[in-house]
Design a binder for this molecule. Structure first.
Ligand code: ADP
Length: 402
């Protein structure tokens, strides 16, 4: 089956066309600057030959509908495209950020599902509204194809109450659904599945700590294949030190900022989400720039790396305690897959817990999964590239095969 995976943001649409039989990527594209004076579209098609066909378009793209139509024209273009007709697309898989407590797994999109995703908008205002835009446009443009929603939160719906409840008045949970949900679920689930396969163990019997470090980051404790705790909370702000997000801070910081710096809620929200994290600490949010600055003696960059990797280590240790027996630790996403220094620092001094790293293996690079622990290490430590688009396409195929 050909599945079109759509990740719709407020001013962008990422899309990928995959063949679920071969798991090959047929088209990979990105529409950006929707609604701005000039929009960008970059479409890479892989028409079965060695060469990819890259098309770049710059023109006004006033809305998601226009962006998606342009993409479909390229996908079905007689010369540059890979399909004769958009009717060949068997399903559309949508990334949806927040599924609240309503969605424990991926689901075929119906009117009720749309209403439920809408009901989660207050929990993730920017993300869910943008995801809904993508869903509505796809339903218009592909009226025949089933649409499947794949939620970032779904994998974490197995987290028990003692881990998902905040110690706030219980009514806030009952009335406003304030609790921890967790995100990046599609990625954590994907690498957990791959890890079990590589270990040759059934997923249902495998315990692991999955470490997703990209622009956003989260760590998950996976017990017998199920998420039992994760570092992100009600929103993707909690937990690790990220590119521009603070992760955990004392909630009293908010009060302090309001009382002593006269900041309002919007300013505090922007500060914690967009001006904090690595960027707040050292002015840079790309880990590659931070390493380069450390080389040149930049003290703030060194502190930023230290704060980030120490936080990673605390969560890894906490989740090892949560799990008791740990079969594996898995690193994934932009930083997790590429940054041996972050991995080394995040795993420092864990030998007593059975984690022994082979630093030569850790220094390796590769697009395929690789092991970075020693043969003697009780806990296997691996780097496994995540592939959220493939995971969404697999989910769509699976939901529709039932
Ligand atoms: P997201 O999907 O959350 O936007 P990614 O998983 O693509 O993010 O990760 C992006 C981050 O990965 C970048 O901000 C950068 O810091 C980091 N990154 C990418 N390549 C490397 C590399 N070679 N070394 C260190 N960090 C890298």
């Amino acid at each position: 089956m050909k599945v079109l995976v759509i990740n719709s943001g407020s001013s962008s649409i990422k899309y990928q066309l995959l063949d679920t039989e071969t798991e090959a990527v047929m088209v990979n594209g990105l529409v950006e600057r929707i609604g701005e004076e000039v929009g960008d579209l970059k479409n890479k098609a892989f028409p079965g030959t060695e060469n990819e066909v890259v098309t770049e378009i710059q023109q006004p793209i006033p809305d998601h509908n226009t962006g998606m139509r342009l993409a479909i024209e390229l996908i079905t273009d007689p010369e540059k495209g890979v399909l004769k007709d958009k009717g060949e697309i068997g399903a559309i898989g949508h990334r949806v950020v927040h599924g609240g407590e309503d969605f424990h797994k991926s689901t075929v999109i119906t009117d009720e599902v749309i209403a439920a995703i809408e009901a989660c908008v207050p929990l993730a205002p920017l993300h869910n509204s943008a995801n809904l835009d993508g869903i509505r446009v796809a339903m218009e443009l592909f009226p025949e194809a089933p649409q499947v929603a794949v939620f970032d939160t779904a994998f974490h719906q197995t987290i028990p109450a003692h881990a998902y409840m905040y110690a706030l008045p219980y009514a806030l949970y009952e009335e406003n659904r304030i609790r921890r949900y967790g995100f990046h679920g599609t990625s954590h689930k994907f690498v957990a599945g791959e890890m079990a396969r590589l270990l040759g163990k059934p997923l249902e019997e495998t315990n692991m700590v999955t470490v997703h470090l990209g622009n956003g980051g989260s760590i998950t404790a996976v017990e017998n294949g199920q998420s039992v705790d994760t570092s992100m909370g009600m929103t993707p702000l909690e937990g690790l030190v990220m590119g521009t997000r603070s992760g955990d801070v004392d909630p009293a910081v908010h009060t302090f900022l309001a009382r002593n710096k006269g900041m309002d809620i919007e300013q505090i929200d922007t500060l914690l989400n967009k001006e904090s994290g690595l960027k707040g600490l050292c002015g840079m949010n790309d880990m590659r720039d931070i390493h380069a600055a450390i080389e040149k003696g930049d003290k703030h960059a060194e502190i930023a790396l230290g704060v980030q990797t120490y936080r990673n280590r605390k969560y890894i240790g906490a989740y090892m305690a949560v799990l008791g027996r740990v079969d594996a630790i898995v690193f994934t996403a932009g930083i997790g897959e590429n940054d041996d220094i972050v991995r080394r620092e995040s795993l420092k001094d864990l030998e007593a817990f059975g984690v022994e790293i082979d630093q030569d293996a850790n220094a390796k690079r590769g697009k395929e999964p690789f092991k970075i622990s020693t043969e003697a290490s009780k806990v296997a430590v691996w780097v496994i590239p995540t592939n959220e688009e493939l995971a969404i396409a697999r989910e769509a195929r699976e939901v529709l095969s039932k």
